[in-house]
Ligand binder design. Structure first.
Ligand SMILES: Nc1nc2c(ncn2[C@@H]2O[C@H](COP(=O)(O)OP(=O)(O)OP(=O)(O)O)[C@@H](O)[C@H]2O)c(=O)[nH]1
Ligand SMILES: [Mg+2]
Length: 237
C-alpha cells in the first residue's frame, strides 16, 4: 500500500458561506483514491490522499473524517485541542464559527491512520452549515456536558439530525465531557458493565476509612477505578 503525506497545516476553517462537502461517501479514503474535485471550495482543507503542498507532512496509509457535534459549550473544541496538542484551552470561551478542522495521524496496529477531525459550531445559527458535512463523515462524536443537563437533553435532537443527514453506517459515539471533581464511571445494569467495580470501590473506601492503621497508605479511590474500570475516569477536584 502506498503512502502519502498529510498536509503540513495544523488545520483550517471553512466559513459558513463556503462550506461544501466532498463526495466520497462513507468509505475510508485511501491515498491515491480520493477525488480532489474541482468542486472543493478554496477554504476547504486538502482532501485525504492528496500529497502535501507544503511538504514535510506525516505519511499515512488510510484516512477518515471524524466530526465533533453537540451543543455549544460542551467542549468540542477543547477536546480536539487536547487530542491534537495535548493542552487544555482554559480561559474565555470562544465559540466556534462555522466549522474548523485538525488532522492527526495515529499508529493503529502498525498502520498509519489519519483522522481529519471536523470541529463544528454548536450554535443553532450554524446548523445548516454543519448539515452539509454530515454525509462525508465516517465517524461522529456526539458530545454533551455532564455538568449541563440541557446539553444532555439535546442528545435526542442531535441523534435525529444525525439520522437525517449522516451516512446510515456512520460510526457514532456519545461522549460525556467535563467533570464534577468526582470519581466517575459509566455502568450498565443490563451488560454488567462496571457494576461490581462500583460497589467494590465504595466498599474498599469505606473499609479503609474505619479500619486504616495510621501507617497504612490511604486507599486511592480515583486511582483504583481508573486502573480497574472499563470506561471509568477520575477527576481530582
Ligand atoms: N472544566 C472543564 N471545562 C471545559 C472542558 N472542556 C471544555 N471546557 C470549557 O467549556 C467552555 C466551552 O468549551 P469549547 O470547547 O469552546 O466548547 P464548544 O463545544 O467547542 O462550543 P461551540 O464552539 O460554541 O460549539 C470553555 O470555557 C472551556 O474552557 C472540560 O473538560 N472541563
Ligand atoms: Mg467550538
Amino acid at each position: 500500500m502506498s503512502r502519502k503525506k498529510t498536509p503540513k497545516s495544523k488545520g483550517g476553517s471553512a466559513p459558513a458561506t463556503s462550506a461544501l462537502p466532498a463526495t466520497h461517501g462513507s468509505q475510508p479514503v485511501r491515498p491515491g483514491t480520493a477525488r480532489p474535485g474541482p468542486e472543493a471550495p478554496p477554504n476547504r482543507p486538502p482532501q485525504p490522499g492528496r500529497s502535501s503542498l507544503g511538504g514535510g507532512g506525516d505519511f499515512y496509509d488510510v484516512a477518515f473524517k471524524v466530526m465533533l457535534v453537540g451543543d455549544s459549550g460542551v467542549g468540542k473544541t477543547c477536546l480536539l485541542v487536547r487530542f491534537k496538542d495535548g493542552a487544555f484551552l482554559a480561559g474565555t470561551f470562544i465559540s466556534t464559527v462555522g466549522i474548523d478542522f485538525r488532522n492527526k495521524v495515529l499508529d493503529v496496529d502498525g498502520m498509519k491512520v489519519k483522522l481529519q477531525i471536523w470541529d463544528t459550531a454548536g450554535q443553532e445559527r450554524f446548523r445548516s452549515v454543519t448539515h452539509a458535512y454530515y454525509r462525508d463523515a465516517h465517524a461522529l462524536l456526539l458530545l454533551y456536558d455532564v455538568t449541563n443537563k440541557a446539553s444532555f437533553d439535546s442528545i435526542q435532537a442531535w441523534l435525529t439530525e444525525i439520522q437525517e443527514y449522516a451516512q446510515h453506517d456512520v460510526v457514532l459515539m456519545l461522549l460525556g465531557n467535563k467533570e464534577y471533581g468526582l470519581p466517575f464511571m459509566e455502568t450498565s445494569a443490563k451488560m454488567g458493565l462496571n457494576v461490581d467495580l462500583a460497589f467494590m470501590a465504595i466498599a474498599k473506601e469505606l473499609k479503609q476509612r474505619c479500619m486504616k492503621a495510621p501507617s497504612e497508605p490511604r486507599f486511592q479511590l480515583h486511582d483504583y477505578i481508573k486502573r480497574e474500570g472499563r470506561g471509568a475516569s477520575c477527576c481530582k477536584p
